[in-house]
Structure formats: structure tokens, C-alpha cells
Design a protein. Structure first.
Ligand code: SF4
Length: 275
């Protein structure tokens, strides 16, 4: 791919070897998202990937497959990619990538298990919210029920994943309800980690238009912090889970393990609310 394309990866993968699998986003319709607006969706040819791997460091231990949603290439190609990683990076213990709820719907539990066995060890899934009304407003292209099922499928396949959710996404006056619905969604599966983001209105997005036309009003900082507090309070996962609010968009940066650190995290939010 000769054109310049945007490349994004989670901040925890900053030191990971990046292997491009797709460019752009196969969906590219989420109202709040500005990431791949200027990019064309495309699959990187296997030969190009092989060339990249062939010239990489044989002792690479971790790989991040880049693209908004690499699983969009389908099961057969994913297996071939993972086999190539194994061939050229035999010491690699973890291949990670983003994955959308929409793409996961096309994979069976058996296929996800096979991907895990072939080396795929961590997915970052953008669930955003458990509110169907908000998912529709933000044009996420999936329902809360579909999202729950994908989380459960990943658990059944024993494929670890980080669940990305976004406070403020429901807009002014809806933070409390959004927190409860998002916690309800998350409580139905067990992610390796919950990563929070704070809704940010980026220029040139459909959301920016909605704000301009008065169809969406942003929640205040106070409401967003209160939403984060309710989310943490309402999380009752079947197993202990990490929570990470250190993404750059967040209003407060914290990490902890739930349930044991819940009180400490809530105290930090209270201190911020009182400040
Ligand atoms: S949020 Fe993800 S799926 Fe939605 S448009 Fe952006 S990159 Fe694509």
C-alpha cells in the first residue's frame, strides 16, 4: 500500500511491533469517530505482510495487527496471517488487534478458539455503551444484545479481550442511565480489562454536526465524572477485572482492579468532584 494511511494502536501497545493488515475502517460510520475519515478501506496483501515479517526481528515477542478492524478480513485470512507471524517470529507469545462487534458476529466460537490457538491472544473491542438508544444515535452498527453475545463468545473461546467503553456518549442528562446500562452489558461477560474513554467531539464528524444543530448536547464534566462513578459502582463481574482510565481523553487517570480497588477509585473521583 503506497498511499499514506492513518495508523492507530492502543497506548499499551506503544512498544509492540506493528504489522499492517487493513487500512481505513470497513464501516467508517460511527458518528463520533474521526480516525479513518480520510482513509480508504483496503486489505494489505499477504505477500506484503510476509515481506514485512521476513524483514522483522526474529526474536519479536509481541505483535499488534493494525487497522480499525483486522478481523474484517475473515477467518481464512486471519489464520494465514497468524501462521506467517508464527513462521517468522517463532518467539512471539502474543498477537493483538482491534476487533469490532460487527466482525466478531461473523466468527463462530470454534473459529475464535482456532485463532487463539494460532496465536491471537488479545483483542481490543469497542463496545462503547450498553444503551441501544445511544448505539443507534451514534450509528455503532450493533445492538447491546449482539455485543453481549460477542463478549460471551470470546469468553467461551478463552480469547482475552479489553472492553472499551465511553462515558459521556449518551449526552447531557443521560449519564446515569448510560452507566447503568453499560455496567449491565459488561456484567454479562468477563473482559481482561475495561478501558474507559471520555466522549470527545472531534471536528468534521457527524457528532460535531449534531452538536452544531442542537441535536446533541455534551454532558458536563461533573455529569461525566458522576457517570464514571456509577459505572464502577454498578460493575459486578463474575471474576476480578482491571479497569484503566488512563487513555488521553479521560477526565481522571486511574488504574485498579475490581472489586478490590473500587472504593479507592470512587474516592479519587469524589476528590475530583469536590475540587
Ligand atoms: S469507531 Fe471504530 S468502527 Fe466506528 S468508524 Fe471509528 S474505527 Fe470504524
Amino acid at each position: 500500500m503506497s498511499e499514506m494511511q492513518s495508523v492507530y494502536y492502543p497506548q499499551s501497545e506503544i512498544h509492540t511491533t506493528l504489522i499492517p493488515v487493513t487500512t481505513g475502517c470497513p464501516y467508517n460510520r460511527c458518528a463520533f469517530c474521526s480516525m479513518y475519515k480520510a482513509d480508504t478501506y483496503g486489505e494489505v496483501p499477504l505477500l506484503e505482510m510476509e515481506h514485512e515479517l521476513m524483514n522483522g526481528e526474529r526474536y519479536t515477542e509481541r505483535v499488534f495487527l493494525t487497522g480499525a478492524d483486522p478481523l474484517s478480513v475473515g477467518f481464512e485470512k486471519m489464520i494465514r496471517i497468524l501462521n506467517l507471524v508464527r513462521k517468522y517470529f517463532p518467539y512471539c507469545g502474543c498477537v493483538a488487534s482491534y476487533a469490532s462487534v460487527r466482525s466478531l458476529q461473523k466468527y463462530s466460537v470454534h473459529e475464535l478458539t482456532e485463532l487463539h490457538d494460532a496465536g491471537l491472544r488479545l483483542l481490543y473491542v469497542g463496545f462503547e455503551t450498553g444503551s441501544d438508544e445511544t448505539l443507534k444515535l451514534m450509528k455503532k452498527g450493533h445492538t447491546a444484545a449482539a455485543a453481549v453475545r460477542q463478549g460471551q463468545k470470546l469468553n467461551e473461546a478463552k480469547l482475552p479481550f479489553c472492553a472499551i467503553v465511553m462515558y459521556g456518549i449518551a449526552g447531557e442528562g443521560k449519564g446515569e442511565e448510560n452507566a447503568r446500562l453499560t455496567a449491565k452489558l459488561l456484567n454479562q461477560f468477563v473482559p481482561a480489562k475495561i478501558i474507559t474513554m471520555n466522549l470527545t467531539v472531534f471536528a468534521l464528524t457527524e457528532l460535531a454536526e449534531m452538536v452544531k444543530e442542537g441535536r446533541f448536547t455534551e454532558a458536563t464534566t461533573r455529569e461525566k465524572l458522576q457517570e464514571l462513578k456509577t459505572l464502577i459502582t454498578e460493575l459486578h463481574m463474575k471474576k476480578p477485572v482491571e479497569i484503566d482510565t488512563t487513555h488521553t481523553t479521560n477526565l481522571i487517570k486511574m488504574t485498579g482492579r475490581l472489586p478490590e480497588d473500587a472504593e479507592k477509585l470512587l474516592d479519587q473521583i469524589d476528590a475530583r468532584l469536590a475540587g
